[in-house]
Write a protein that binds this ligand. Structure first.
Ligand SMILES: Nc1ncnc2c1ncn2[C@@H]1O[C@H](COP(=O)(O)OP(=O)(O)O)[C@@H](O)[C@H]1O
Ligand SMILES: [Mg+2]
Length: 260
């Protein structure tokens, strides 16, 4: 049946108003890595949407495709098939300069191994994305100090990464991720190199920033400590999302987590 033009417009408007609630959308995303004659199907068709202000964890065993999905939704790599929208911008439609701008302003990245510049101070590490975005040096410095204080490193601004503990380095990375006030923080295994207690402190800091700054947080992780602070969990297996679960759907018994 043919739709009338008025009706089509209304449907599009409805879709538009619905979609503004999402900071990230992935539709039918597939990724194949070619290794010589071998093909690795890392993502086999993933649909994934994150609401503004949501804290979502992508959980799954090693090799299930978490980092690949992370790279797709962060605009760090492109899918073979499917679309990725960041703040409702189709990233496939961007040229390299536009994509760099979007990543710089909309997304903050946190990695398992912190990925800090080791010869630079905490302050310089946090100022770098601001300088890259064109902010004046003095303003960048003021803002970087405030963010470092916010993550509990007010006393460590002039320390270099190797003069800090793993937990402190991850706090610098979190501060750097916040530098340009992004709408999304993407964290790939942010607690994997930390002991349990320090890992929990980092998780609590991420949750606090999510609550107070309203930044959406997407973590790829297999750390079950992440479960009870996530609004939603995407369970990934073999390149596919097996199921989504809300926190309220998790069964928590005597401090133990029964998840599946
Ligand atoms: N750059 C790459 N080249 C080839 N294969 C890759 C590459 N990155 C990941 N893979 C493969 O894709 C699959 C998913 O990997 P990954 O997304 O890193 O999983 P996870 O983060 O869940 O451990 C794995 O089988 C992995 O070996
Ligand atoms: Mg990974």
């Amino acid at each position: 049946m043919k739709q009338s033009p008025e009706k089509k417009e209304t449907a599009e408007q409805a879709e538009a108003s619905l979609s503004t609630n999402y900071v990230v959308r992935a539709i039918g995303v597939k990724k194949v890595y070619t290794m010589g004659a071998e093909k690795v199907h890392a993502l086999r068709g993933v649909d994934f949407a994150v609401r503004r202000g949501e804290y979502i964890s992508i959980m799954g065993p090693s090799g299930s495709g978490k980092s690949t999905l992370f790279n797709m939704i962060g605009g760090l790599d492109k899918p073979n098939e499917g679309q990725v929208y960041i703040d409702e911008v189709d990233i496939a439609a961007l040229n390299p300069v536009e994509l760099a701008w979007l990543r710089c302003h909309k997304v903050g990245y946190i990695f398992q191994t912190y990925n800090l510049i080791t010869v630079a101070t905490a302050l310089d590490n946090v100022m770098l994305p601001m300088t890259f975005a064109g902010m004046q040096q003095a303003d960048a410095q003021d803002k970087a100090i405030k963010i470092l204080e916010r993550v509990g490193l007010g006393e460590r601004v002039l320390h270099k990464p190797l003069q800090m503990s793993g937990g402190q380095q991850q706090r610098v990375a979190i501060a750097r991720a916040l530098a340009n006030s992004p709408s999304i923080i993407l964290a790939d295994e942010p607690t994997a190199n930390l002991d349990k207690k320090t890992g929990l402190q980092i998780i609590n800091l991420l949750k606090e920033l999510n609550m107070t700054e309203g930044v959406s947080i997407i973590t790829a992780t297999h750390d079950h400590k992440m479960l009870d602070i996530s609004d939603r969990i995407a369970w990934v297996r073999d390149g596919q999302i097996e199921k989504f679960q809300k926190r309220s759907e998790l069964e928590i018994k005597e401090g133990e987590m029964h998840v599946q």
